[in-house]
Design a protein. Structure first.
Length: 79
């Protein structure tokens, strides 16, 4: 895990200097790509049989406000 994170940081740094991109622009390119690469594996391993039960459990146990707050914090940390 640490090795892959180090490789990611080095590759992003090389991409920033090579293309003269700022960090936010680079993130706007990498985030959708990472999403598309991770979704199939997540769907294959994490998806429950009954999605409606999973959604209702998520709303009851976690709440949509906490998920939105988590998304805002994650976005602000990447700026």
């Amino acid at each position: 895990s640490s090795l892959s994170e180090c490789m990611r940081v080095v590759l992003m740094k090389r991409r920033l200097t090579g293309l003269q991109l700022d960090a936010l622009t680079l993130l706007s390119y990498y985030a959708p790509l990472c999403f598309l690469l991770l979704v199939p594996g997540a769907l294959a391993t994490e998806m429950p049989d009954d999605i409606s039960v999973w959604v209702s459990d998520l709303r009851e146990k976690v709440g949509l406000m906490w998920i939105l707050l988590n998304a805002v914090v994650a976005f602000s940390l990447n700026l």
